[in-house]
Each structure stands twice: as structure tokens, then as C-alpha cells.
Design a protein around this ligand. Structure first.
Ligand SMILES: C[S@@+](CC[C@H](N)C(=O)[O-])C[C@H]1O[C@@H](n2cnc3c(N)ncnc32)[C@H](O)[C@@H]1O
Length: 262
């Protein structure tokens, strides 16, 4: 899919430091995607209200798992050698509040208010198979002001997308997050404009669209821009009913009612 066939309008184009205009890859109904390096595109953007992103964790991750185009390796993550990309973004957007995913194996951001835990479900977590605990959690770092809403647990239990499911669809990015997780995080900040500078397959943007927020996504790999643009072009989104890792109805009910009331 070419960029021309995806762009619905071009008034969100930006100009980089060399004076070159960068047209959005996708721009429709308040959701804008730029295909490129966020370090180049970020300085060209106006202010945003919240940074919600899942950057490269700095763990040199490489996946042997396949996506829903079975047989196609999802591969590694660009920029995953260290956390410098994350820190570039947090410095460039200070004092904008942020919610940023990461690994306990790498340094956390400096100005933290909270560490949330995403419990991904019992179906994930390979790691060292001789060790009696599986790594099926991730950290989420929260900083800045303006958060509000119901006082919930700092452990979010929402199943991670599977690589391949019974109806022939699965995740299309090795680090794809559930839309319900991103929506649950987004519900805790009323900001109108959301930025995800490491957009991947566009999960943050899909959540923003569902909640009627404006969102800007940046992604360096065109294959993921294409996946995100196709995903966002779909007219109707159904709410994913959250599946809790322990199958406790109250957890799902609480989260679902939070989402509905947003
Ligand atoms: C952890 S993944 C995000 C996955 C996403 N949360 C999802 O649900 O699909 C991080 C993404 O950042 C992208 N990336 C790496 N360096 C980048 C850069 N300098 N500018 C923009 N995107 C970058 C990678 O290609 C990767 O898709």
C-alpha cells in the first residue's frame, strides 16, 4: 500500500530540520501517522497532552515467533540496543505526562511517579525453562501530572495477544499490546492529544480512536505503518472484552465498566 493511497488529507504535513516537508502516512478522523524516525519528527510537532508509548526496551529482543502471515518471522525491534530512544523522547517532551512500557533489566526513567505491572497471562513467558517462574509480566512507568479517575490496582491483568489463534488471526508485531490495556491506561488521563512515537502496529492509536481522542503515531518501519493504517481504516471497532489471567469476573467487569464510562 503506498503512502498516497492511505493519506486522506495532507494538512498535517510537517517540516524537518533540513526544510523537507514530511507528509503523514495516514491522517483521518483525528488520527495521524508519520512514517520515519521519531527523533526527526518529534521536534516538528506541536504540544501534546500525554505520551503513551511502548518503546524499544533496550534488550536486543529477537522473536522467532511468526505473525498471522504464517511463516513470516516477526524479527527484532529497531533501536533495541539500549534505552536511549526512550530517554530521547522523554527529554524532548518534558514536562508532558507519560506512560511508558519497559523492562526491569534496564534503568527506569528518572522522574517516576509510579511503576505499574502488566500481568500478561499464563499463556506467555518463555525465558529460562529450568527456572520455576515464567517472565509473564512487564513494567509500565508513569510520570508527570494530570492523571485522574477511579483508584485502581497498579497490577493490570489483561491477556497478551497470541501469535496465532483459532480463527487465523494473531498479533502482527512481536511486541503488540492489547487494545484494552492501552485503553485502560488512556482512561487515566483526560488529555485530548495523545502521542505514541514508537507506534508499532498502532495499538495506542486504535485505543485513542475508540475513546474519541486525537492521536499521533510515529513508526520507523513502513511495514508496521501499513499494518497500523489498515487497522485504523476499519470503520467499526468492537470492544475486546478483557480476559483476566485468573478468570475473575470482577476484574474484567471493573475494567470494562471503566472503559465504557470513558
Ligand atoms: C515495542 S514496539 C511497539 C509495539 C506497539 N506497542 C504495538 O502494539 O504494536 C516499538 C516500535 O518502535 C519502532 N521504532 C524503533 N526506533 C524508532 C524510531 N527511532 N522512531 C520511530 N519508531 C521507532 C520499532 O520499529 C517498533 O515497531
Amino acid at each position: 500500500m503506498s503512502a498516497d493511497s492511505i493519506v486522506h488529507k495532507t494538512d498535517s504535513s510537517v517540516e524537518n530540520h533540513a526544510g523537507v516537508r514530511i507528509a503523514p502516512y495516514y491522517d483521518h478522523a483525528g488520527i495521524t501517522i508519520y512514517c520515519g524516525d521519531c527523533r526527526e519528527i518529534l521536534p516538528t510537532l506541536g504540544p501534546v497532552d500525554l505520551v503513551l508509548t511502548d518503546p524499544p526496551y533496550g534488550i536486543s529482543y529477537s522473536s522467532g515467533m511468526t505473525g498471522h502471515n504464517r511463516g513470516t518471522s516477526l524479527g527484532g525491534i529497531v533501536g533495541d540496543e539500549d534505552v536511549s530512544l526512550r530517554d530521547f523522547v522523554l527529554n524532548a517532551t518534558t514536562p508532558t505526562p507519560y506512560i511508558v512500557f519497559g523492562s526491569w533489566k534496564r534503568p527506569r526513567p528518572l522522574s517516576l511517579r509510579a511503576v505499574l505491572i502488566w500481568e500478561k497471562g499464563d499463556h506467555v513467558g518463555m525465558g529460562d525453562l529450568d527456572f520455576p517462574w515464567k517472565p509473564n509480566t512487564e513494567e509500565i512507568y508513569v510520570g508527570g501530572k494530570g492523571f485522574s479517575g477511579h483508584r485502581d490496582s497498579s497490577v493490570l491483568r489483561i491477556n497478551a495477544p497470541v501469535s496465532w489463534n483459532s480463527v487465523g488471526f494473531g498479533r502482527q508485531h512481536p511486541h503488540e499490546k492489547p487494545v484494552t490495556l492501552m485503553a485502560a491506561l488512556l482512561c487515566k488521563h483526560p488529555g485530548a492529544i495523545i502521542l505514541d512515537p514508537f507506534m508499532g502496529s498502532g495499538t495506542t492509536l486504535a485505543a485513542a480512536k475508540q475513546l474519541g481522542r486525537r492521536a499521533i503515531g510515529i513508526e520507523i518501519e513502513e511495514r508496521y505503518c501499513e499494518i497500523a493504517a489498515k487497522r485504523l481504516s476499519q470503520e467499526v471497532f468492537g470492544w475486546e472484552i478483557p480476559q483476566t489471567t485468573k478468570g475473575e469476573p470482577d476484574e474484567g467487569d471493573n475494567l470494562f465498566s471503566t472503559l465504557e464510562s470513558a
